[in-house]
Design a protein around this ligand. Structure first.
Ligand code: BJ8
Length: 424
């Protein structure tokens, strides 16, 4: 195994603290992932990525920077990767998913802030994540209040560009978002020194669409009666997609999808017959947050679908590839991204429609609505989700959780009871 310490030192990381994180990850990953039986062979790639998670991809990014490319760190699925890729920039997702980073975040943020925000700020300020050190610029967005204010704190330490996302979906909002993407394009051109043209943007649209199609194939394999892959494994693939090279990401996801198609044809599943099919909806699960999926899948359930940003919102809907002018392409990008239904929008009926549609498509027995603690918009929207599920006759369990293991026992008891109830 390569020793990445010199690279981490060059990045100005807190080596001692980071070593503690590196020491804890293999055990957590082994307990959660490697204990699973009969996993698809193509998961070996994703296991390898995790085994050197702060080494392989960071060294690739540093190499690219040496060749003049710029790295853009993002925190939200509304930020259009296509614009960055068109200008020969690289996108890397930066959302923090570990409790390890929370205390450093709490040094500058109120404790009653959502763990995703605290971990993201903590990873930067605590200097314990290479991705947060490598990014030349962070791209924020005006989604929830916590993120908006956190970007101001991050901007004291690293260049931050914030996109002004509308919170409604009227025609004037689509137009506003289109203009915002145009301003972002100007910023990206300034940072990279490369012009975005109809030609390179057309190519970038295809690259990201291919990635979406490949990820969708893997997710959709779980629609089969015999479930060929665990929800945990699909979650891992999706989490890694946020920071991997998009072309390699599509290639590896397509290989995995081919294997899953073969498994379905051969009748090879990873769960016992009759295992309850669960959809998870709610807040995103940034790597290495595997807590809820692990509890569900060791409590008699199988996660077959995620209606969230580390699930359907990341791969559904393609950007129209038929546009040939920059204006037409940017309008198409704007419309595709605004098809995402985050709870920061008001009203947000699209999310309810998505949940009910996906529940049918994936033949789910029950839904678990997950909210990260102190995420007000998802918490409040839980009421509409509950009402819609009740009307549709779909059993629902609401859970609120954070990144710590403190509530794992209690969560397991509630989830076991919910799954048992589904079988009754
Ligand atoms: S599009 S879900 S990635 S904003 S969980 S930080 S909302 S308080 S992450 Fe998100 Fe974009 Fe929406 Fe998706 Fe705030 Fe809630 Fe925390 Fe959240």
């Amino acid at each position: 195994m390569t020793d990445y310490h010199p690279m981490w030192e060059d990045l100005g990381m807190d080596i001692e603290a980071h070593d503690q994180l590196c020491a804890a990850l293999p055990e957590a990953f082994g307990d959660t992932y490697l204990s699973q039986e009969n996993r698809p062979e193509n998961m070996a790639f994703y296991d390898y990525v995790v085994s050197e998670i702060h080494g392989i991809r960071p060294s690739e990014l540093i190499e690219a920077q040496k060749n003049g490319q710029k790295v853009f760190g993002t925190f939200c699925v509304y930020v259009p990767d296509e614009i960055v890729i068109a200008a020969d920039g690289i996108v890397t997702g930066l959302c923090g998913g570990s409790q390890f980073w929370v205390p450093a975040g709490e040094e500058v943020l109120p404790k009653n802030t959502c763990p995703l925000i605290k971990a993201s700020v903590g990873a930067r300020l605590g200097r314990t994540c290479p991705f947060f050190r490598i990014a030349d610029i962070y791209v924020g967005e005006t989604t929830c209040d916590g993120k908006k204010k956190a970007y101001e704190i991050l901007a004291e330490d690293v260049p931050v560009y914030t996109m002004d996302l509308p919170q409604m979906k009227r025609d004037c909002d689509i137009e506003k978002w289109t203009n915002e993407i145009k301003s972002f394009k100007t910023k990206v051109e300034e940072v990279t020194g490369n012009e975005v043209t109809a030609e390179n943007l057309g190519e970038a649209i295809k690259v990201v669409n291919e990635k979406r199609k490949a990820l969708a194939r893997v997710h959709e394999a779980r629609k089969a009666d015999i479930i060929p892959i665990s929800g945990k494994d699909v979650l891992l693939m999706t989490q890694i997609a946020f920071f991997d090279d998009p072309v390699r990401c599509a290639e590896m996801a397509n290989k995995l999808a081919d294997e899953l198609d073969q498994r379905i044809a051969d009748g090879v599943g990873v769960f016992e017959e009759g295992t309850k099919r669960i959809m998870v909806t709610g807040t995103p699960m940034a790597i290495p947050n595997w807590k809820l999926h692990h509890i569900i899948e060791t409590s008699g359930g199988a996660v077959v679908c995620e209606e969230c940003c580390t699930g359907s919102r990341y791969y559904e809907h393609l950007v129209d590839e038929t546009q040939t002018t920059l204006d037409g392409q940017i309008d198409a990008i704007s419309r595709r991204y605004l098809r995402n239904n985050c709870s920061c929008f008001t009203p947000n009926p699209g999310r309810i429609e998505d949940i009910l549609r996906l529940a049918k498509e994936y033949k789910v027995d029950g839904i678990i609505n997950e909210t990260l603690t102190f995420c007000t918009t998802y918490d409040i929207e839980g009421r509409s989700v509950e009402k819609a599920c009740k009307e549709a006759g779909i059993p629902l369990l609401n859970v609120e959780t954070d990144y710590s293991d403190d509530d794992a026992g209690q969560l397991r008891t509630r989830i076991e009871a919910f799954i048992e109830m589904l079988g009754a």
